[in-house]
Design a protein around this ligand. Structure first.
Ligand code: NAP
Length: 248
């Protein structure tokens, strides 16, 4: 029996990287999953075909996390498909790195809208069914960069720091209704997002990580299983770092 048997989860940005790993691990642990993507329709369909079956529901939906109306329609579909939403994972995110003097308004706005406004959009719409069911776990994917900052990533760091303040506030607002909200702060996880970095940068990061390796999607998805499962029923308002000790 899996740790998420019969739980229903909604996961944004599940077509690649960390999100794909979360989708796969959630289904392996017994959950039904609806996940979103922005443009990777073929890839999302392959994941659905691979995971559907064994009595589990797995659906992929094209939905822009930065759009309030897309979030509204997505939640309508989710509540028509599932009786309750047990777990919401706000994972969709992008980078648009640049030094502050060169950063355009568009780069700032895009990162804040996709990384931070998305968390408001999805949480706002998921709270109603969760309040009705008097249970739910919201997991917001932040970053160690949101805690420590990073040169060239002021937009990204601000969006990820915003997620932490948001998560702590929601935990206080709805804790009395049985709903938990936590932020997860991955360190350096090997995905398409980090593929853009050159070898020297990757080596410098690896050398500075106490566990001396980059993280994998599974490292983050295992932590998401914990926060979404009944193993963490007394854990809310926290920032769980999954970073190989990068933050010590
Ligand atoms: P990734 O490999 O680039 O995948 C991003 C995922 O988000 C894709 O599924 C993408 O969909 C989706 N997405 C992007 N914009 C979207 C939008 N507007 N609406 C809906 N979906 C959207 O990224 P990743 O490395 O797995 O990162 C996942 C999360 O972890 C992000 O929030 C990121 O900030 C955070 N994180 C990553 C690292 C790291 O080292 N990788 C470290 C700390 C935190 P498409 O495939 O359709 O484009």
């Amino acid at each position: 029996m899996g740790l998420l048997e019969n739980k229903n989860a909604l996961i944004t940005g599940g077509s690649r990287g960390i999100g794909e790993s979360i989708v796969r691990e959630y289904v392996a642990q017994g959950a039904n999953v609806i996940f979103t993507y922005r443009s990777s329709a073929d890839r999302a369909n392959v994941i659905v075909e691979e995971l559907n079956g064994n009595g589990r529901i797995v659906k992929a939906v094209q939905s822009d996390a930065s759009s309030y109306t897309d979030a509204e329609s997505l939640m309508k579909l989710a509540t028509e498909t599932f009786e309750t939403i047990d777990v919401l994972i706000n994972n969709a995110g992008v980078t648009q790195d640049n030094l502050m003097l060169r950063m355009s308004e568009e780069q700032w706005d895009q990162v804040i809208e996709i990384n931070l406004k998305s968390v408001f959009n999805l949480t706002k719409h998921a709270l109603r069914p969760m309040l009705k069911a008097r249970k739910g776990s919201i997991i917001n994917i932040s970053s160690v960069v949101g805690v420590f900052g990073n040169a060239g990533q002021a937009n990204y760091a601000a969006s990820k720091a915003g997620i932490i303040g948001f998560s702590k506030s929601i935990a206080k607002e709805v804790g009395s209704r049985g709903i938990r909200c936590n932020a997860l702060a991955p360190g350096f996880i090997a995905t398409d997002m980090t593929d853009a970095l050159d070898e020297a940068t990757i080596k410098a990061y690896t050398d500075s990580i106490p566990l001396k390796r980059l993280g994998e999607g599974k490292d983050v998805s295992d932590a998401c299983v914990y926060l979404g499962s009944d193993m963490s029923t007394y854990v809310t308002g926290q920032v769980l770092s999954v970073c190989g000790g990068m933050n010590v």
